[in-house]
Design a protein around this ligand. Structure first.
Ligand code: HEM
Ligand code: HEM
Length: 325
């Protein structure tokens, strides 16, 4: 059982996490100083003038964010909160409070005997399925509506333009933007990476670690379980880093307008988007607490057999007999 000083990242203590955060802040402050110095250099000024941070969007690119996109974006965040929570529970290697075995008398029946899963892994996989479904609907709608043109780079100038945007942000002299019409190129690259690279990597490595991956045949060893595990976890760290920078920038570069775009499908700077966003945060927090294995036992029981494990008394919590078990 991990000691109480362990942070939510199972193998990192709170103290070490604080050191990481402090180190990151020092690095960031250094990067700001370097960027500010660079902006005084004539060649860098020329570079920013040539590549102001935006490629021209192709003709026919839709303007604005439709309501469906706001819903997809919300559900994505909601499921990800639960996925991260259950992923970290799995990683903490605590003895699961219950185990779940699929009921093989019902659809989808398989020849092999179902494997017994820890309840956290079951929940991780269940939410993964919902997240993937949401993602598939999003990608289909992106391509059906032409909305993909806003987040898929179509020109190599996206690379120097992104460098220019990062330099401008770091030097704290931010570019003027109109993200209702198009994102800046650093946004395009980041959104593309999350949707079309990190998500598929999480899915493939996750499936490799899951019971659905074939045990025999050509694909049984590719990629190896070790590689899949070594990639799956850093992919989560990438998601967390992306989300952190993304949300900080959303809140610091015209918060009300940005939130109206994504949470109210409108281009305005009143408080409506903010209010919807605040409501969505309450739901996300609820998702984090809902993703507790024992809260979801009744749901798990509808799809298979659940065996609860007796809980050892924990020094930091009430004895199990008073708890939820
Ligand atoms: C379809 C998508 C996904 C599938 C099928 C999947 C499946 C799995 C499986 C089977 C495990 C291993 C459980 C075990 O050790 O028994 C796992 C672990 C984990 N997953 Fe996922 N996952 C997916 C997406 C994600 C995403 C998007 C994240 C985070 C953003 C994530 C975070 C984690 C973490 C942190 C662990 C623990 C890794 C460790 O022990 O080192 N997963 N996942
Ligand atoms: C709850 C915190 C979040 C907030 C407040 C937020 C806010 C926003 C806003 C305002 C935009 C539009 C940007 C603009 O108009 O300039 C946006 C776009 C986007 N966000 Fe988030 N976001 C959050 C979480 C996430 C997460 C967790 C992910 C994925 C891991 C994500 C992925 C994206 C993507 C891919 C886009 C572009 C979507 C498109 O146009 O197709 N966001 N977000």
């Amino acid at each position: 059982m991990p000691s109480p000083s362990r942070s939510v990242f199972a193998d990192v203590s709170w103290k070490r996490l604080l050191w990481y955060v402090a180190g990151a802040l020092v690095l960031l402050a250094g990067a700001v100083l370097v960027a500010r110095a660079l902006r005084g250099v004539a060649a860098v000024q020329d570079f920013i003038e040539t590549y102001p941070g935006h490629s021209d969007v192709p003709e026919g690119t839709p303007v604005g964010l439709p309501a469906w996109l706001g819903w997809q974006h919300f559900f994505n965040a909601f499921f990800l909160v639960m996925i991260v929570r259950t992923g970290l529970l799995v990683r903490s290697k605590q003895r699961p409070p219950a185990f779940w075995t699929r009921d093989n008398t019902r659809f989808p029946r398989t020849a092999g005997t179902p494997r017994r899963l820890g309840i956290s892994v079951w929940l991780h996989l269940t939410v993964d399925a919902l997240w993937v479904l949401n993602g598939v609907v999003y990608v289909v709608l992106l391509f059906a509506t032409g909305q993909w043109l806003r987040i898929v780079p179509t020109d190599w100038s996206v690379v120097p333009n992104s460098i220019s945007v990062v330099l401008q942000y770091l030097s704290l002299e931010w570019p003027v933007e109109n993200s209702w019409v198009s994102y800046n190129d650093a946004q395009v690259l980041a959104y593309f990476a999350v949707v079309f690279i990190a998500s598929p990597v999480a899915i493939v490595t996750g499936l490799r670690l899951s019971p659905v991956w074939p045990m025999q045949g050509r694909w049984s060893r590719l990629p190896s379980e070790r590689v899949a595990r070594a990639v799956h976890y850093p992919t989560m760290l990438f998601f967390l880093l992306f989300t952190f920078v993304h949300v900080v920038l959303v809140l610091t570069t015209g918060m009300l307008r940005n939130l109206n775009h994504m949470y109210a499908a409108r281009d305005a700077d009143d408080w409506i988007g903010f209010v919807v966003f605040a409501g969505s945060v309450v739901v996300l927090v609820a998702g984090w607490f809902l993703a507790r294995p024992l809260v979801l036992v009744p749901l798990a029981e509808r799809f298979g057999t659940v065996r609860r494990m007796p809980q050892p008394p924990s020094p930091t919590r009430e004895p199990a007999s008073h708890g939820r078990s």
